[in-house]
Design a protein around this ligand. Structure first.
Ligand SMILES: *Cc1c(COP(=O)(O)O)cnc(C)c1O
Length: 395
């Protein structure tokens, strides 16, 4: 049975390891979020925004040409059709409503590739709240289009200039800001990571994905359970949402796809579930890539959204307990899958999402199986990368 304990543990992973100064904030969120999720007024507002603003339910699409290629039955859950182009907005909508309920007047967030920053800036504009997004200075250079989108949406993007000037440094800056402004500020974390209750809260907001898959699959096939669900894992929020209502349905195989960059053993990878060891990152105990003396090892993937040194505690537990199967996909395998999906189904996936499609080459399944792939986002943001490698893969 997969469940979370009162203290926020999935098996050995999770918990809340935070500076004393932030205890009141995390405690206030913990006291409020479960009550809020059960509250009818919240549900009404959340559902209405998901429908009218985000565009839910997103379709479940039978990909016939892809199914033909792999000689099985493949359905795509179209999170790429969400407003802003990915699943991340499901969470930021939930958290902005939480911030309002807590009476917070200011929002902060951290972002790596900029996707979570955009999803946060979007809901802040929607609700008229000021928004500060911390982003590594190196990432600001690499991800200009998303920096521009955040500016258009009225957010202030603050560069993190310490360390490697990437996501973990942006996270440190965001936590420092929160410690300095605990009264009026809510920190919107973008994946199923961070101190309890964030991983559980974000999973619940994203669980709308598997809630919809259940009734959509029932309507399409007469059965609400697929045989396999495949999702890519950075921190793990789209996978958590796609797995959520199937966690305790043991006949549904859960496939968690991590980025192995240039190869698991190349030293340039983000394959946390095999390379990671137990430690504490961003306030929770989980698997992370670190040196024997506890220094975080910079991860690498061609996809900025999977390039995270840790993995959400739920996924650490799912993989270690054997409930989920971990698959590792290199940059090249992901690129090949992206070109194939684009031509075969007319859908250009995000680079993150392309890793999930490449897993079809790596797993065993039956002809009669029903496979759902969570199509977490669209590929507009990755066109430069796709075009750069185009000739190599398309002669
Ligand atoms: C951010 C992102 C991911 C990775 O984040 P998770 O929390 O693991 O879902 C995956 N796909 C897309 C399209 C993203 O933008």
């Amino acid at each position: 049975m997969i469940s979370i304990s009162e203290e926020g543990y999935y098996g050995r992973f999770g918990g809340a390891f935070i500076p004393e100064m932030l205890h009141p904030n995390v405690e206030e969120i913990r006291k409020t979020y479960v009550e809020m999720i059960k509250d009818e007024a919240f549900q009404k507002q959340f559902r209405q925004l998901l429908r009218d603003y985000v565009g839910r339910p997103t379709p479940l699409f039978l990909a016939e040409r892809l199914s033909e290629k792999y000689e099985t039955n493949i359905y795509l859950k179209r999170e790429d059709l969400c407003h802003t182009g990915a699943h991340k907005v499901n969470n930021t909508i939930g958290q902005i409503l939480l911030a309002q309920r807590l009476g917070k007047k200011r929002i902060i967030a951290e972002t790596g590739a900029g996707q979570h920053g955009v999803a946060t800036a979007t809901v802040c504009a929607l609700m008229g709240l000021p928004c500060v997004v911390y982003m590594g200075a190196v990432d600001i250079e690499r991800q200009q289009p998303n920096v521009s989108r955040m500016k258009m949406l009225g957010a202030e993007v603050r560069p993190a200039t310490s360390g490697s000037q990437t996501l973990k440094d942006a996270t440190n800056e965001a936590i420092r800001d929160w410690i300095n402004n605990p009264e009026d500020t809510h920190y919107i974390i973008g994946s199923v990571v961070g101190p309890h209750p964030y991983p559980d809260m974000v999973a619940r907001f994203q669980s709308v994905i598997s809630e919809e898959i259940k009734w959509q699959l029932e309507a399409a096939t007469g059965k609400s359970n697929p045989d396999l669900i495949i999702a890519c894992v950075g921190g793990g929020s789209n996978a958590a949402g796609a797995f959520y209502h199937y966690l305790n349905e043991d006949n549904v195989r859960l496939i968690a796809v991590e980025a192995s960059g240039l190869g698991v053993d190349s030293g340039e990878s983000a394959a946390t579930s095999v390379l990671g060891t137990e430690g504490i990152i961003h306030g929770s105990r989980t698997l992370l890539m670190q040196t024997p003396d506890g220094q975080i090892i910079e991860p690498y993937s061609i996809s900025a959204g999977l390039d995270y040194p840790g993995i959400g505690p739920m996924h650490a537990h799912l993989i270690q307990s054997g409930r989920a199967e971990a698959v590792h996909i290199t940059d090249r395998e992901a690129l090949a899958a992206a070109y194939d999906l684009s031509k075969r189904e007319g859908i250009i996936p995000a680079l993150e999402t392309a890793h999930a499609f490449a897993a079809l080459e790596k797993i065993a399944y039956q002809k009669s199986d029903v496979i759902v792939i969570n199509l977490s986002g669209r590929g507009d943001k990755d066109l430069d990368t796709y075009i750069k490698h185009f000739e190599e893969f398309n002669e």
